[in-house]
Design a protein around this ligand. Structure first.
Ligand SMILES: Nc1ncnc2c1ncn2[C@@H]1O[C@H](COP(=O)(O)OP(=O)(O)OP(=O)(O)O)[C@@H](O)[C@H]1O
Length: 756
């Protein structure tokens, strides 16, 4: 690198950039006067060649605006690696310009020219798209054409220039290779420099449309989805707040894992949660929810009864959503109150008019919101009309009194009549006052007033359920009995959440705090049609980024089996993209995982690993002393620099057994992960496959002691998920090759473990 003709210039540029950043940082921390002094010292100490006089100028004249604390912290962090690439770009009819691309932009405050160009800016797109030559990019609705004559990548560590290299038609992406060689703890945050063309297409796909991405395991779905969020917030920053973004992840472990990258992407203020937690918060009911892992576990352990599976599948289906729609129509009937509203004998509002308001003017609101609107309207009417009514009644009595006083000749008769009328007037006015006070609340009692769970319970007892369900008579009765049992226990299943959210939306509405305008769904293959429909309806937006892999659909009995329903039915003109190249793991590990994929009846193409080689997955049989062999191997792996090691078992039960057994044999170095723990980086994590989804580790050991993988759809998917977790090494430990279905794969795709 040092012999490169541009070496000196690149060094200067880096020094200038970091010095400029220092000035910005100092400006935020110091007052203006000390700032001036400090700047003078900095400039004096710089040893720029003459080409850099303009840098000195820029430094001395810069004036800086106030930044938020977070921006400042971010800038300090970015100083270590201010940019990762450069392009030489000549826009048509303009001189050639050099742009340095980094994670956020930095502008010269005086001239507004970019010192660093944000990777999300329209122009930076030409770095990601294609190679050198004629290019175009779009900004503010216009297309600009030009020529890229240089693309250069930098390795900068702790503000030191380590290396740089030019990308042309022949060079392989060395930087990508280097990045993939790293350990798991550095991975997610580093990809902006090496985003690939097909990934860039997903990140920058039309932001005003939903997008569905089918991507192989390790193709970068999570990473890309988060970068799309970042790109979205950058591009839409004038109209969109990060708080309006909802990211739904499969479990809390996964959220912790994601959190690491969010600040750098400027996305930390978005809401990140699981679908279950989201619905629980929004619906705020008092039932306990049995999570979907429990059902999965009972299926795997053979303890679940068939009905749980059948009902879960039905509740996730489009048929069920259609039934819910019918049920909601029937519920609407109970809100169509037609009686007139009275205070005494005085009508203050026609029932017909109220019904019309409910059905027409307020039609955009949930039922209970409409009810509330009607209540407010009636309160208002009562307040206004009460006065008039009281005056009218008083006047009627006063007229009568006048007639008595002047019309009745007999004094005794007159006295009695007047006294009678005065008592009656007083009584009448008191009665009317009292009636006016309670008129609205009395009237409102004609409207329903029930809790969400009562409505849901009502579904299974309703006429709609008996008359319109497409289930067989027998199924109908079995499901009804099943639900009765669940309600009695004050418990529901994860598969009921979609329906609860749907009902909540139609009946009560969603609290504005939860009303995200843009939604990202990771591991989307695990969501059912009903859940997608309920989310879309609840949030009333089309702006969904949906990423998933059908091959990893371990909840296939309830989740989507194909993307078609989303593409053709639920969303309007969504974009659809596939990602076949995978980055996480080595060719050797992916080859074995692809063998498992091929066994599935899923009609999915094989994943294509980016060329990075490692050792062939190795099989260790459960012969006496296998524990010690594992321990010796771990020691060697640690010495080689591998940090995160995970043991993955088929079920939680299996993992508990493995944990107890290995702790007895090898001591206290393991952490059993059951769901809500934070992974301890110093321990060897033991977890069931379903919790490992979406995560990655340097080294993965699949253990099959009591539970082996059979040739069923579910087991194949579980095995595929587990096998695609490692970055570098995969070991399989079991009684026989059949424990992992290795007897069905080519013998060259695995090896037998040999101690080192
Ligand atoms: N362009 C890239 N440059 C460098 N690393 C990348 C790139 N794309 C993906 N990776 C890395 O590949 C790994 C897998 O990425 P990610 O977890 O986003 O994949 P995924 O498709 O969500 O996987 P899964 O479906 O298995 O959960 C991560 O370590 C990520 O940093």
């Amino acid at each position: 690198m040092k012999n490169h003709p541009d070496y000196q210039q690149e060094l200067e540029r880096l020094t200038f950039t970091t010095t400029y950043m220092d000035s910005v940082i100092a400006a935020q921390e110091l007052d203006q006067e000390s700032m001036q002094k400090r700047q003078e010292q900095q400039v004096a100490s710089l040893d720029f060649k003459d080409s850099s006089l303009k840098y000195q100028d820029m430094l001395t004249h810069a004036n800086f605006m106030k930044m938020s604390k977070e921006q400042l912290e971010n800038l300090k962090k970015l100083r270590k690696k201010p940019y990762f690439a450069r392009i030489n770009f000549q826009r048509k009819d303009r001189p050639s310009e050099t742009f340095y691309i980094g994670k956020v932009s930095l502008f010269d405050r005086e001239t507004q020219s970019p010192i660093i160009l944000d990777w999300r800016s329209p122009l930076a797109n030409v770095y990601y798209e294609g190679r050198l030559g004629e290019v175009s990019y779009e900004a503010h609705g216009e297309t600009y054409e030009g020529h890229v004559s240089l693309k250069r990548q930098y390795t900068i560590e702790e503000s030191e220039l380590i290396d740089f290299r030019d990308i042309d038609l022949t060079t392989k992406d060395e930087m990508l290779q280097q990045s993939l060689d790293k350990n798991a703890d550095h991975r997610l945050s580093e990809i902006v420099a090496t985003i690939q063309e097909e990934q860039n297409e997903v990140i920058r796909a039309n932001l005003r449309k939903p997008i569905v991405v089918q991507g192989a395991a390790g193709s970068g779905k999570t990473t890309i989805a988060l970068h799309r969020v970042s790109y979205f917030l950058y591009t839409m920053r004038d109209v969109f707040q990060p708080e309006e973004m909802l990211i739904l992840a499969p479990n809390r472990l996964f959220i912790d894992y994601m959190k690491e990258v969010l600040p750098e992407l400027g996305v930390e203020k978005s809401h990140q949660t699981t679908f279950t937690d989201f619905v629980q918060k929004v619906t705020n009911h008092s039932f306990s929810i049995r999570n979907q892992h429990d059902l999965l576990t009972s299926i795997l352990e053979g303890s679940g009864n068939g009905i749980e599976l059948q009902i879960a599948e039905w509740k996730g289906s489009k048929r069920f959503k259609e039934l819910m729609d019918q049920y909601i129509i029937s519920l609407k009937q109970s809100f169509l109150v037609e009686e007139d509203v009275y205070i005494g004998e005085f009508r203050i509002k026609q029932g017909k008019k109220l019904k019309q308001l409910f059905l027409e003017e307020y039609a955009y609101m949930p039922f209970y919101k409409r009810k509330e609107k009607i209540r407010q309207l009636l309160m208002h009417e009562v307040r206004n009309k009460k006065k008039i009514i009281l005056q009218k009644v008083a006047k009627k009595y006063d007229d009568e009194l006048d007639r008595a006083l002047y019309g009745i000749k007999d004094a005794e008769k007159r006295r009695r009549r007047v006294s009678f009328l005065m008592d009656q007037k007083e009584q009448k006015l008191v009665d009317l006052e009292r009636e006016a006070k309670s008129a609205v609340s009395r009237y409102m009692r004609l409207y329903p007033n029930k809790k969400l769970t009562a409505y849901y319970k009502g579904l299974f007892e309703s006429e709609v359920y008996t008359e319109h369900t497409t289930l067989s008579l027998q199924e109908k009765e079995r499901f009804r009995m099943y639900m009765k049992g669940r309600f009695k226990k004050h418990e529901l299943d994860a598969d009921d959440l979609g329906a609860l959210l749907y009902l909540q939306t139609h009946l009560y509405g969603i609290d504005p705090d939860y009303k995200a305008k843009k939604v990202v769904i990771d591991e989307a293959q695990d969501y059912s049609y009903m859940e997608f429909a309920s989310l879309k309806r609840a949030l009333n937006t089309e702006l969904f980024t949906i990423v998933g892999d059908l091959a990893q659909g371990i909840y296939h009995y309830r989740g989507l089996k194909e993307w078609t329903p989303l593409l053709e039915d639920l969303f309007t003109q969504p974009s659809y993209q596939t990602l076949q190249k995978t980055y996480r793991t080595t060719v050797e590990i992916m080859t074995l995982a692809n063998d498992v994929l091929a066994q599935m009846n899923a009609n999915l193409p094989q994943a294509e690993p980016v060329v990075r080689h490692g050792s062939i997955p190795s099989f260790l049989s459960l012969e006496p002393g296998y524990e010690a062999k594992m321990e010796a191997e771990w020691n060697s792996l640690k010495q080689e620099g591998f940090k995160s090691i995970a043991i993955i078992g088929k079920t939680l039960e299996e993992c508990r057994f493995v944990y107890t057994h290995l702790t007895e044999e090898l001591g206290d170095k393991f952490q059993l992960i059951e769901g809500n723990e934070v992974i301890d980086p110093n321990a060897i994590a033991i977890m069931p496959v379903y919790l490992s989804k979406g995560l990655e580790f340097d080294v993965v050991w699949l253990l099959s002691i009591n539970e082996s993988y059979e040739a069923t759809e579910l087991d194949e998917k579980l095995l595929y998920v587990a096998m695609t977790r490692p970055l570098h090494k995969l070991y399989l430990v079991g009684a026989t090759l059949e424990s992992f279905m290795l007897n069905h794969v080519h013998q060259d795709h695995y090896t037998h473990f040999t101690p080192r």
